[in-house]
Design a protein around this ligand. Structure first.
Ligand SMILES: [Zn+2]
Length: 86
């Protein structure tokens, strides 16, 4: 039976589709039973998609700029809210 720590070790291979059939199956069975690892794999897959989007080409700069804007907006909103409450 695959343990959480075993899954963590092979998680990126699982996402990249580099596991053999048996390993792949045991990961899937573990994920069916283990909510923590489902969350973990979900996060890993999201960040892996983000990374491949970044490395895949010219949408990068626009994409990164938008993220920067979102972060700046969020920080500003927090700052304003913070000073209002004082
Ligand atoms: Zn687990």
């Amino acid at each position: 039976m695959l343990m959480c720590r075993d899954l963590a070790e092979i998680a990126s291979d699982y996402i990249d589709g580099e596991l053999n059939g048996r390993q792949n199956l045991s990961v899937k069975m573990h994920l069916m039973m283990c909510k923590d690892c489902r969350t973990f794999i979900g996060n890993l897959r999201a960040s892996s998609n983000l990374l491949s989007a970044h490395s895949s080409g010219k949408a990068d700069e626009e994409f990164l700029r938008r993220i920067d804007e979102r972060v700046a907006e969020a920080l500003n909103a927090r700052k304003i809210r913070g000073s209002d409450s004082e």
